[in-house]
Design a protein around this ligand. Structure first.
Ligand SMILES: [Zn+2]
Length: 356
């Protein structure tokens, strides 16, 4: 997409560093409201984690995922879109299609694929709609709901949507006024994150302040794609509060085995080789990779054939991190394992893994 600014020195889109801070706590803070954080993660991890949970529980979780994502994405866009712009669209002084197209530039930068607004009608009644295409969404379920949330934020009203694949990898989305399901009103609460200062230091770009480690990733701004130069995997920025709200809601609906299910799902995909430990320097390597992804501050790690103990300060998504630790151990030593974990007051998340 034309018009996306990048840092002339490091090449990272300026939106990334203007809006977010890789903080010493191991979190990626949203500068507009630092109680909100993002993770920067392999899109396969998101998709496979949720699919894995669905397979294990044996019922569709799409309804919960969509409603949670829509709510979080709308809140995010609401913070980002200036009120004056919303007013001008609602008053008919600005064309909604052009404003949405501009806002979807954020999606390109966050790795969500390529968006194109095709058509729209806005007169303030129930026949309003917007029609847009998305090419290569990072997830069909999550990626098709994001632009709907942007439309909601601009118009200030609830929208429904439908989509269909119009050519391979291209989905056409139609969003229109519609009330959200009543069942979720007052639920799917997005957690806010507290954190303590950590000791993570980043080497940063002199010009924009982006961690130089982000040089490990390449942004394709014509297509809205981010890839790891090392593994080739696709990366996206995502709100951990969405995953946590989904897990909470699943636990409410399906019972207290859900934490185990989430851990198991993350363990399996990690063990299959999505991530691995560098056994020559496991602690430093893992600390760097976790912080870069905004997953928290690895305070200590001891690992050997007989087990692994991991202490995380400011752990972003506990269940995912427990599964990750277990999967890393199993991948490194080629064994089955069992894990226990606890939240240690003042310190954070402690995970212990042993061969089973
Ligand atoms: Zn820079």
């Amino acid at each position: 997409m034309e018009g996306i600014e990048v840092c002339t020195q490091c090449g990272i889109p300026t939106y990334i560093t203007a809006e977010h801070t890789w903080h010493s706590s191991g979190f990626i803070l949203q500068n507009r409201d630092t109680r909100h954080i993002l993770i920067f993660i392999e899109s396969d991890n998101l998709e496979t984690l949720l699919k894995g949970v669905e397979d294990i529980v044996g019922v569709s979780i799409e309804r919960i995922v969509i409603n949670t994502r829509r709510r979080a994405a709308r809140a995010y866009m609401d913070r980002v879109i200036p009120d004056i712009l919303k007013e001008q669209v609602r008053d008919g002084k600005l064309e909604v299609g052009k404003v949405i197209q501009g806002m979807l530039g954020i999606g390109y930068v966050l790795g969500y694929g390529k968006f194109e607004v095709v058509d729209w009608r806005v007169k303030g009644d129930d026949d309003d709609y917007i029609l847009l295409n998305i090419e290569n969404p990072y997830s069909i379920t999550l990626g098709t709901v994001d632009p709907v949330a942007a439309f909601e934020a601009v118009m200030g009203r609830e929208m429904g949507y439908s989509y269909q694949e119009v050519s391979p990898g291209v989905y056409q989305i139609r969003a229109f006024p519609s009330r959200h399901p009543e069942e979720f009103k007052g639920r799917l609460t997005m957690r806010k994150y507290a954190y303590s200062e950590g000791n993570i230091e980043y080497q940063r770009c002199n010009s924009c302040g982006a961690p130089t480690l982000l040089g490990e990733f390449s942004w394709d701004l014509d297509n809205g794609l981010i890839h790891s130069r090392e593994t080739g995997r696709r990366m996206v920025f995502f709100a951990p509060s969405v995953l946590e709200a989904v897990f909470d809601e699943l636990e409410r609906e399906l019972g207290e085995t859900i934490p185990e299910v989430v851990i198991e799902s993350q363990k399996r995909l990690t063990r299959e080789g999505m991530y691995s430990l560098d056994l020559k320097d496991p602690e430093e390597g893992l600390r760097k990779q976790l912080a870069l992804r905004g997953l928290g501050n690895l305070a200590s790690l001891s690992v050997g054939e007989r087990g692994m103990t991991m202490l995380m300060e400011n752990a972003t998504i506990h269940l995912m991190l427990v599964g990750l630790a277990q999967g890393l151990f199993e991948h490194a030593y080629g064994v089955e394992s069992k894990a226990s974990w606890e939240i240690v007051e003042e310190k954070g998340l402690k995970v212990e893994v042993f061969p089973a």
